[in-house]
Design a protein around this ligand. Sequence first.
Ligand code: ZN
Length: 249
Amino acid sequence: MRKRQGVGALMPLLFVGMSVAVAGMPVAPCDHKQAAIEISLQRIVNEWPMRGSGESVSQYVQKLGIRLAFSSLYGRNIPWQFWVVRNLAPNAFSIGGGYVFITDGAVNFVRNESELAAILAHELGHELAGHFCVAPDLIDFGGLFDIFSAPKTQQHQVGVGSLTQVIDPVKEQQADQIAVTILQASGYDSHAMLEVARRLPKGDGVHPVDFQRLRALESLLAKIPPIKAQDSEDFLTIKRTLAAEQATW
Ligand SMILES: [Zn+2]
């Protein structure tokens, strides 16, 4: 029987992008948001089909996420949890408190491990930049930042299940820039961030492609030589695992 695909299947698959100084990744404590974050987590777990933490795909994503997070000093102080959503629509999002979500579809979407690292690193970027601490009050009602949605010209919101998706071009650009730093520091090809951005589905009329984001990433990466990062055996194994699993659906 086909498994429930969850609300993500309805989401637009676009992207955002650009830059802002980040280097030290300063973050203010945001304990005041913790209760709201826990409520968001509960909603997501209740509404969406999560993979168990013992599944090989979940364990791989957790390991990759931690490797990326530990590339920064501040990243080592956050209690990260990486969840895999059993959903074929490519998406990834974070809700604060170290909670990061990525769908099966996003794992299918990537062509190599650096691209998967780039998607996770973008979500880490939102956390490390403190976006959840300074986020508008709507975060208190369940908010998230995702990677596959392009902004309009300014901050706006759209619904994602019972949560509110925050789309703020400046914050997306900051997350991109931090992601590039994380990829560099952890041995992945930082140009994968741009590759992922370029490959995202084109504008659907509601969410136009954010060319400014692409230009900004191009400009940032012009100073950083690409590297040849080898895909790990674990990465190749989970790609095969998902393909085999989906072939039976
Ligand atoms: Zn984002």
